[in-house]
Design a protein around this ligand. Structure first.
Ligand SMILES: [Fe+2]
Length: 330
């Protein structure tokens, strides 16, 4: 079984344990160091302090090389709380992506305005498209293989090179080549950009760039940059725990119907729906066992526009499942 799916099946009674996922009380007691409310954005924003030189480098770099990286901006204590959250979730027999249920996860995205405001424009928005990884000897032995995030076949940069959509990649632990840090090919060294985005590869290994990063650093890349996570070595000093989440400019149409507004509530049910839709989106690669799919079918319906968010290949199995439920109930 693929590591992503195996997170769910580590305990003998794993299938019945999936029912816990819908309980906010379960999540609050699992990670008392984190919070889960209906309104993660009700308090004032607390933008992180970022040196102006970091911001101007980030902006210049994302336009030229297609990605940016800053020094740590997210407070260490918060990174530790989220990393511990991920470890507790794994120990409970669930997937690290569930750390995105907690308010702190979303508050970080708002507090990164000093970086993403200049890059994406004021009024940038997170999308409910995200994933979380824990690369270690016991969990997943490597990050995802080389790919471009080029998921939306529309132009995802402005004339001046600024992105309209980025994958923000945030490590909650220190990451380096030994624990599977990110690698990429800067876009100005990638012969396949812009016309042959369906191809991957490089001519010269010197064009690759390893991106070791301390916990709390901010990385982001546009839709075109090819990137991958490295492999875990037995000599690594600790797990690589990180998340990737889409952020988009506020002055263009949503790239996907899972928009988060910093001035509105974000109900736990909505977050569960987002997570379910993300797991379903990757089912074709990860092959989740049927009880996990069924749980996701239940949760994705918490989103009003869920039909468009279920991958076409899964719409029939989902319809069959809903029929089955109706028959059993009626
Ligand atoms: Fe990616």
């Amino acid at each position: 079984m693929i590591a992503e799916a195996a997170y769910f099946t580590r305990q003998p009674d794993w299938a019945s344990g999936l029912a816990r996922i819908a309980s906010t009380g379960f999540w609050r007691s699992l990670n008392p160091q984190l919070h889960l409310t209906d309104t993660p954005f009700s308090g004032p924003a607390q933008p992180y302090s970022v040196e102006p030189a970091q911001v101007s480098q980030a902006l210049e770099q994302v336009c030229q090389e297609g990605y940016l990286q800053t020094a740590p901006a997210i407070p260490t204590q918060l990174c530790e709380a989220l990393a511990q959250g991920v470890l507790n979730i794994i120990a409970a027999g669930l997937h690290p992506i569930y750390v995105s249920l907690y308010d702190e996860y979303w508050q970080i995205l708002r507090n990164l305005a000093p970086i993403f405001g200049p890059v994406l424009g004021d009024g940038y928005l997170p999308l409910g498209d995200f994933w979380c990884w824990c690369i270690s000897q016991e969990t997943s032995g490597s990050g995802w293989g080389a790919h471009r995030d080029y998921q939306f076949k529309s132009n995802a940069t402005r004339q001046d090179g600024r992105p309209l959509l980025v994958t923000a990649w945030l490590p909650f632990t220190d990451t380096d080549p030994l624990n599977g840090c990110m690698y990429l090919v800067p876009q100005d060294r990638d012969e396949f950009i812009p016309d042959r985005l369906d191809q991957l590869g490089f001519k010269n290994p010197q064009d690759l760039r390893a991106l070791p990063a301390r916990a709390g650093s901010v990385l982001a890349w546009n839709q075109y940059v090819q990137h991958w996570g490295g492999r875990y070595s037995r000599w690594a000093k600790g797990p690589r725990i990180a998340t990737g989440v889409y952020l988009q400019s506020g002055d263009v149409e949503p790239f996907v119907g899972k928009v988060v507004h910093f001035d509105q509530p974000l109900l736990p049910a909505t977050r569960l729906g987002f997570i379910a839709s993300n797991i379903l989106n990757y089912h074709m690669y990860h092959h989740y066992p049927e009880p996990v799919l069924r749980m996701c079918f239940d949760h994705v319906q918490l989103l009003p526009n869920f039909v468009e968010l279920v991958p076409p290949a899964l719409r029939n199995p989902m319809a069959d499942y809903l029929d089955e439920l109706e028959t059993a109930g009626g």
